[in-house]
Design a protein around this ligand. Structure first.
Ligand SMILES: Cc1ncc(COP(=O)(O)O)c(C=O)c1O
Length: 410
């Protein structure tokens, strides 16, 4: 049987050698690669000002502050979202106004924006959902009309383009995430991106951050090694698969905890993510960038194959016109998601329900404004990620297509 684990973190090149070298040289926390990494990314983002920090969440709060969005302001954002985003905004004092999404692209629905933003709205966050670039020109016009600061949440979208322009250079500011599940895995981290006019303000905020403790960097390296080993298909099939099949019978999905942060700890940016970006992470980043485009090309090829192979029987997320997605995930919308996941697992295919939530329906955001977001709620119940990471080969992708087709048709 062909075994397909749901996810393999993008391999961290030089995990052991670079960690040992940094210990020897005393450059775990601080060193010359930090700036080199930021400059390498600026080169991919039309020379915007880029600073790397401890997480995408921290980057978002710093970008908002650098762009002068006041902490008591209201922020509009899509309801179907990573709940950590509205969580950290709320914890920082921002008010939330949720907007519904489109079912075909999973982006904030520009047509659902109120003709005039409610009083107090100062910013609009547009998320390039699962790496698919959002229609920025349309929201840019809305933001300009109403004097709003427009921010791209490009956490999923490193390498995505729309009409030839890179996601992350299309608004007043942007953020990326460099976490374990993302395209460029630096054992966690985030990028804050602003135009030159806000560079000095961003620098002042970033330069105040403490370096991450050496012990936590070493712990992340060891954990990463374990996850990389544990998700090789052979080991996964022999060890994890039988255990997961049992757990699913009891209605549990133990793999989720490996890739998803503990949501009970997400209310604010956790202290270990509220730090500077270390030199060791920057080294991993620079090495990762060397094979980044090749890995992205593989993901794109897998995504195309999955969509072409399944879109006639299952609704799938589609890129917008002119958009070239970075495909962090390929999303299918299925009615009985749990049953399908159990059936696919029996065929060797491990899948993951969406990480996103319909945030307007969560108790944590009961004080948010905006109408009920019915599309987001429906998508939240149905969205299923199909494996699409670069380490897969065409044979495995075809096995996914075959298994989904067989189960959906049955
Ligand atoms: C859409 C989105 N924005 C922001 C973030 C935050 O990134 P980080 O985990 O690096 O803080 C995430 C995390 O996955 C995300 O999915």
């Amino acid at each position: 049987m062909i075994v397909v684990p749901r996810k393999r973190p993008a391999a961290v090149p030089g995990l052991i050698t670079e960690t040992s070298r940094a210990i020897r040289e005393g450059t775990l926390s601080r060193g010359p690669e930090q700036r080199l990494f930021e400059l390498a990314l600026a080169g991919r983002l039309e020379q915007r000002h880029v600073r790397a920090v401890g997480s995408g969440r921290l980057a978002l709060l710093l970008v908002m502050e650098a762009l002068g969005v006041r902490p008591s302001a209201t922020v509009m954002l899509a309801s179907y979202n990573a709940s950590c985003v509205p969580n950290v905004l709320q914890a920082a004092g921002y008010r939330l106004h949720f907007i519904d999404i489109r079912e075909d692209t999973l982006h904030l629905d520009v047509d659902a924006l109120p003709p005039t933003p409610p009083a107090g709205v100062e910013a609009l966050i547009m998320t390039h959902m699962e790496g698919s670039p959002a229609p920025m020109a349309e929201v840019r016009a809305y933001a300009d009309r109403h004097g709003l600061t427009l921010i791209e949440d490009a956490a999923h979208a490193l390498g995505a383009h729309i009409h030839g322009e890179p996601a992350g250079a299309l608004a007043d500011g942007a953020i990326f995430s460099l976490g374990r599940g993302k395209h460029l895995n630096t054992l966690g981290g985030g990028l804050a991106v602003v135009p030159p006019t806000a560079a000095e303000r961003l620098d002042r905020l970033v330069d105040r951050l403490n370096a991450p403790p050496a012990a936590s960097l070493l712990k992340s390296s060891v954990m990463e090694g374990l996850v990389e080993t544990g998700t090789t298909p052979a080991l996964f099939g022999a060890l994890a698969m039988p255990w997961m099949k049992l757990a699913r019978r009891a209605g549990r999905d133990p793999m989720t905890a490996l890739f998803e942060d503990d949501k009970s700890r997400m209310a604010a940016v956790p202290p270990e993510l509220k730090v500077a970006f270390s030199n060791l992470q920057a080294r991993f980043g620079l090495l990762g960038l060397e094979s980044f485009d090749m890995q992205l090309a593989r993901r794109r090829s897998h995504a195309r194959r999955l969509i072409e192979g399944l879109a006639d029987i299952v609704p799938m997320q589609r890129p917008v016109d002119g958009g070239t997605s970075a495909w962090l995930e390929v999303t299918a919308l299925v009615d009985d998601r749990d049953a399908l996941q159990t059936a696919l697992l029996a065929r060797g295919i491990d899948t993951q329900r969406t990480w996103m939530d319909a945030c307007d329906a969560l108790d944590a955001f009961s004080s948010a404004s905006g109408p009920p977001c019915s599309v987001a709620r429906s998508v939240g119940q149905r969205a299923l990620y199909l494996p699409t990471y670069a380490a897969l080969d065409d044979r495995q992708i075809d096995a996914v297509i075959k298994a989904v087709r067989a189960e959906v048709a049955s």
